[in-house]
Structures are given as structure tokens and as C-alpha cells.
Design a protein around this ligand. Structure first.
Ligand SMILES: Cc1cc2nc3c(=O)[nH]c(=O)nc-3n(C[C@H](O)[C@H](O)[C@H](O)COP(=O)(O)OP(=O)(O)OC[C@H]3O[C@@H](n4cnc5c(N)ncnc54)[C@H](O)[C@@H]3O)c2cc1C
Length: 598
């Protein structure tokens, strides 16, 4: 039976026929691997996700973690699933061999991980945070920190979190108040409170490695004064043993709309209820240099942003496949032209409007999956680059695509989940079916890891102009190459190439006009409109890439790709026209709206 989590056929197309990731094995970094190992990992991920993660997805939503004042209890299936994942050595899938990782391409690791997110995004959340945390320590941790914290995370004994947000400082991290007092022995004591910290309290692992942003008193103001600390739940002895409880105390759990299976916490540091070594304050270990914490954290956040994008895609994807299965099985109504009321009802997939909803979902989720795998391949090219120029070229492209890869799926694969509910009719609105939970789970994605609004400011206010527009130019070159290849394919593919080329040029003209106006307030006031238009153009490019890869290949699978690309070019890309028109006028409607007029 075909999986309703993801489509392996689509993954194989994207990974091998389009991105040709087997070519990566020619690079030193991936030389140990082959298509066989890639396939074995993908098979394993599908099996484990299906066997250990999907079955408790509904249960962990219904029975969310509970705090009895002392301990947080999570349903037992979560630990079983996490253990299955770590016993299969998957935590270090893409990590360097020197740390005990398998050094697989990120492209394979992301595709493999998508199975788990589609099956159960909450349980997978513990793993995603642990992996991102471990990757950060691999890059910036000392050898002692690596031994004490990273290696146990790879072995599944410890798990990780990222603790940035505070009640008064979510989007604006410059305003965090948690402080870290230096001690004579080189450690720090932390005091303060963090809000929204996922995975920060549970009994699923022996220890929890919190990566915490805090300010060292006397440092520069704003973001330049932020440092990064390891603040474990339990202190770790020199022999690696888990010891005394640190002064990191759970103030309470947040109760969420979705992703209910993963704890979300308010954490207090240095409350004084626990005094490690007889002294107040949570013991913290500085990562890297003082005041460079946000730079280090961005390393984790960029990865996490791609992870959020892939999570959104995975939820959209499984919702799409489930609504497709439902539409094939649900009889309702007759063809619009049918005259005989006694004729048997037809499956709803026969209705054009249901096909519209399925096609839109297909275009969003397969487009999103392709975009995220493309970005993952850029990470691989960056990690395995043989020259600085090569590394720089991939970094430029990755920089400008990251806000899009985070926000486009968060918006459109969420829309896919909404359409999946619609395809189910009234049944989709009930908890008997899965799709309402996918929608609730996915609704987080435009909020965390930098809201939609913050991503749009990052794109327009930073990435588009950085290094004299070099990232935008790099994207232009990549799009130009696809347009050229698609033009020579002729027919409809060439027609879509012309459409994309013209829309891209219009985006460049509008972007230039916005900055030349000097009216930065008005330009940035519509940054979300810019992000949306930009995102649709990027995904149109990704669809054109797929169309070129499918060129000349017969069969239902490729015909489906062609029809979804057609849908995107005819029904979606034209939406950017009015958006670009509005941006070109530097419209001030939202900017000039006053509080009193609401
Ligand atoms: C379920 C969940 C899990 C989370 N997990 C973690 C975690 O593990 N670790 C962690 O550190 N954090 C975590 N977060 C926090 C998350 O990253 C923040 O909620 C997010 O960054 C937004 O911050 P905020 O909630 O304070 O909203 P605010 O920053 O108050 O934003 C509210 C609204 O104002 C807009 N806004 C704010 N500033 C601007 C601006 N300058 N320009 C334009 N618009 C603006 C925002 O876009 C948003 O629409 C989590 C949050 C949730 C809900």
C-alpha cells in the first residue's frame, strides 16, 4: 500500500532525476557513500516513521505533556520513537565523521527527516532541536564541551533546546534581559527567564542541554552584547556522569493549539530553589567568545529555518496524500451534465473543483519539497566546496533563499492543509480524521523561528541588498540558466520560461525603483507583499526546473508533474502581477493607517 506520509516516487525524482545527488559522492566529503547507502537511509526513515512515529501522532495531541509540580510526564510512545531513531544512529546523519556522524549529504538527511515530520511533527521536534544544537556545538564548542554535551546527544542520552525568546523579547532579541555573571573558575551564573522553550523539560533523556542567549553585564547594548551559553538541566562531571541538578527550573508549560506532543516551557534560571555548589544562579558555560552569541545562534537558526520550512512541507504533503486518498473513496454527487438522478454517485475526485483543490495542494507541497531539497543541496555544496569562490557562490544563493524556504511553505503548505480539510468536507473538520490536526500543527510555522513579518524584513531589508545586491544577482543567474534550458525545450516549457523571465525582470525593476525612491519606510511597509511575490517567483522557477527534468519522459508520474507546473504558471504565478504593481507605487496605505482609525 502506498504511504500517505510522503511520496517516495517524488523524492526519488527530486533527489536523483532532478538534483542528481549521486554526483555528490564524487566529492571528498561524501566519497564513502553511494546511491545504495542513500536509498537504505531513506528506506529506514520511512519504516521507522511509519512504525514508531505515525501511530501515536493523534494520541500525543490528545494527551499532551503534564506537569504535576515536580515532573513532566509525556506519553510512553514518544520515548520508544526517540529510542528507535537514536538506536538507528540517525541523530548524526549529516554530522562530520570526527564526531561520530555518518556524514551523509544534508539533502539525504532532510529527505529522510521529512518522513518523521510528516508522521509526527511533535515527537520529531525533540530530535530537530537536538540535531541543530549538536551541529552548533560541533562548529563552535570546545573539545571539552563536545565530549560533555555533543557526544551524549548523538548517542541519544541527552537532548537539546534553543532558548532565545523571553516574554518581553520575541522578535526583538536585542531586548533580552537574562544575564550571565562571570565566575572566578571561568564558568557563568545565569539569572532570568525564558519563554516558549520547546523540549526543555521532560524525562525522555538523562539530561537536557539548553543553549541559552544571555547578556554579560557591562557588554555592548543591543544584539552586540548577547552571548551564548550551555546551561544543562543537570551538571555533568569530568567523567561524563550526570550529577547535581542545575538551577534551571520549570515555571510552567504552555498549552498550544497544535504540536502538543512536545513540551513548551517557561524556564527560570537562578531562581534559587536549587543552588548548585551551594551558590545561586544556573551554571552556564560560554560558547565561543563573549558577545558573539547571536552570530553563533544564527548558525543554528538558519538550519532551523530550513527545518521549519521542511516541517511545513511535510505536514502539507501528508495532508495532501490523505485528502487524495479520501477523494478517491468518497462517493458524492454526479457529473454536472448528468441527467439521471438514479445514476450511481461518483467519487468526489471526479469533480473539477475537488481536482482544483488537489492540484493546488500538489503544486504547493511538491514545489515546497523541491525548494527545500534544493536548499539542502546548497548546504552540501557549501560544506564540500573545493574553492572559496565555490563556497561563496553557494552561500550567496542560500542566504537569499533561506527566508523564502522558511516562509513560503509555512504559508502555502498551511493553505494546502486547509484545502485538505475542505476536500474532506464536514469530516475534515472533525477529530476522526487527521487533517485538522495537520492544520493546527502547521499553524505554528509562520510564527516561530522568526515570524512571517520578520522574514520579510530579512529578505527585503537585508538579503536583497547585501553585498551590493550580490545574493539577488546570484539568484538571477540561477533563474537565467533555468530559463535558457527551458526555452530550448520548446513548446509549453519555453512559454513558461518566457513568463518566468519577464516576471523576474519585473521584480528586479520594482526592487530597484523601491530603493531608488529613498522612501525606505514605504518600501519596508509592504515587505510581506514583497516576500509573497518573491516566494511565488522562486517556486515558479523551481517548478520550471522540475519541468525541464521531466521533459520528454512519458507516464502518469511525469504527466502529473507537467499538470502541476501548468497549474502553478497559470493560476499562481499571475498572482504576483497585482502584488508587484502595488509595490511599484510604494503604497503607503498600511503605513499611514492610524491607531485611532481602527
Ligand atoms: C509553540 C512555540 C514554540 C516555540 N519554541 C521556541 C524555542 O524553542 N525557543 C525559543 O527561543 N523560542 C521559541 N518560540 C518563540 C518564537 O520564536 C516567538 O514566539 C516568535 O519569535 C515571535 O515572538 P513573540 O511571540 O514575542 O511575538 P512578537 O515578537 O511580540 O510579535 C507579535 C507580532 O508583531 C510582529 N512584529 C514584531 N516585531 C516586528 C517588527 N519589528 N516589524 C514588523 N512586525 C513585527 C510579528 O511579526 C508578530 O506578528 C516558540 C514559540 C511558540 C509559539
Amino acid at each position: 500500500m502506498k504511504s500517505t506520509l510522503l511520496s517516495r516516487r517524488d523524492l526519488d525524482f527530486l533527489l536523483y532525476e532532478w538534483l542528481q545527488i549521486d554526483e555528490l559522492t564524487k566529492r571528498d566529503r561524501f566519497a564513502e557513500h553511494s546511491r545504495e547507502t542513500f536509498d537504505a537511509v531513506l528506506d529506514l526513515c520511512e519504516q521507522l516513521a511509519t512504525r514508531y512515529f505515525a501511530p501515536h501522532n493523534k494520541k500525543s495531541d490528545a494527551e499532551e505533556p503534564r506537569f504535576d509540580g515536580e515532573k513532566v510526564t509525556v506519553i510512553g510512545e514518544v520515548k520508544e520513537a526517540l529510542d528507535a531513531f537514536t538506536q538507528a544512529d540517525l541523530v548524526g546523519m549529516s554530522m562530520d565523521g570526527e564526531f561520530g556522524g555518518a556524514q551523509l549529504p544534508m539533502t539525504v538527511a532532510e529527505a529522510g527527516f521529512a518522513w518523521f515530520s510528516a508522521a509526527n511533527i511533535s515527537t520529531t521536534g525533540y530530535l530537530m532541536l537536538t540535531i541543530a544544537n549538536a551541529n552548533l556545538l560541533a562548529k563552535f564548542g570546545t573539545p571539552e564541551q563536545i565530549d560533555a554535551f555533543l557526544r551524549p546527544m548523538l548517542a541519544g542520552r541527552f537532548s537539546g533546546t534553543m532558548a532565545l525568546s523571553e516574554t518581553q523579547a520575541g522578535s526583538s532579541l536585542a531586548d533580552i534581559l537574562t544575564r550571565a555573571e562571570p565566575q572566578d573558575d571561568g564558568t557563568y551564573r545565569l539569572f532570568g527567564s525564558k519563554m516558549w522553550i520547546s523540549g526543555a523539560e521532560h524525562e525522555l533523556t538523562d539530561n537536557i542541554v539548553n543553549l541559552v542567549l544571555a547578556k554579560i553585564p557591562g557588554g555592548p547594548p543591543g544584539t552586540k552584547g548577547i552571548s551564548l551559553f550551555i546551561v544543562p538541566k543537570y551538571l555533568v562531571g569530568e567523567d561524563g556522569s550526570v550529577g547535581e541538578r542545575n538551577d534551571v527550573v520549570l515555571a510552567g508549560l504552555n498549552h498550544k493549539m497544535g504540536q502538543r506532543g512536545i513540551t513548551n516551557t517557561v524556564l527560570n534560571f537562578g531562581e534559587g530553589r536549587v543552588t548548585p555548589g551551594g551558590q545561586p544562579g544556573a551554571v552556564g558555560y560560554l560558547v565561543g567568545e563573549p558577545h558573539r552569541g547571536l552570530t553563533y545562534m544564527f548558525h543554528m537558526m538558519n538550519e532551523a529555518r530550513l527545518g521549519v520550512g521542511m516541517g511545513a512541507v511535510s505536514l502539507g504533503y501528508t495532508g495532501y496524500l490523505k485528502s487524495l486518498q479520501y477523494a478517491r473513496e468518497r462517493p458524492q454527487g454526479r457529473p454536472v451534465t448528468a441527467k439521471d438522478p438514479e445514476a450511481p454517485q461518483i467519487p468526489i475526485i471526479e469533480h473539477a473543483d475537488v481536482k482544483r483543490m488537489l492540484l493546488a495542494q500538489k503544486a504547493y507541497v511538491e514545489g515546497g519539497m523541491a525548494l527545500l531539497l534544493y536548499c539542502a543541496k546548497l548546504v552540501d555544496l557549501q560544506h564540500s566546496a573545493e574553492t572559496n569562490d565555490e563556497r561563496d557562490a553557494t552561500t550567496l544563493l542560500l542566504d537569499i533563499l533561506t527566508p523564502v524556504a522558511k516562509s513560503w511553505p509555512s504559508q502555502w503548505c498551511l493553505e494546502a492543509n486547509s484545502l485538505a480539510i475542505q476536500v474532506h468536507g464536514g469530516y475534515g473538520y472533525t477529530r476522526e480524521y487527521d487533517v485538522e490536526q495537520h492544520y493546527r500543527d502547521n499553524r505554528l510555522n509562520p510564527i516561530h523561528e522568526g515570524t512571517h513579518g520578520i522574514q520579510s524584513l530579512d529578505l527585503l531589508g537585508r538579503k536583497v541588498t547585501q553585498r551590493g545586491g550580490a545574493s539577488l544577482a546570484a539568484l538571477g543567474v540561477a533563474i537565467g540558466q533555468t530559463v535558457a534550458a527551458a526555452s530550448s525545450a520548446g513548446g509549453e516549457t519555453a512559454e513558461f520560461a518566457g513568463q518566468l523571465g519577464a516576471t523576474w525582470q519585473r521584480l528586479l525593476d520594482v526592487t530597484a525603483a523601491m530603493f531608488e525612491s529613498g522612501d525606505i519606510d514605504a518600501a519596508l511597509a509592504n515587505s510581506v507583499v514583497y516576500l509573497e511575490a518573491f516566494g511565488h517567483i522562486v517556486v515558479a522557477w523551481i517548478w520550471l526546473e522540475q519541468l525541464v527534468a521531466a521533459n520528454g519522459r512519458p507516464g502518469d508520474f511525469y504527466d502529473g508533474k507537467r499538470q502541476a507546473a501548468r497549474y502553478f504558471f497559470r493560476s499562481e504565478l499571475p498572482k504576483t502581477g497585482p502584488q508587484l504593481d502595488l509595490l511599484a507605487t510604494l503604497d503607503r496605505t498600511t503605513l499611514e493607517m492610524r491607531d485611532g482609525w481602527f
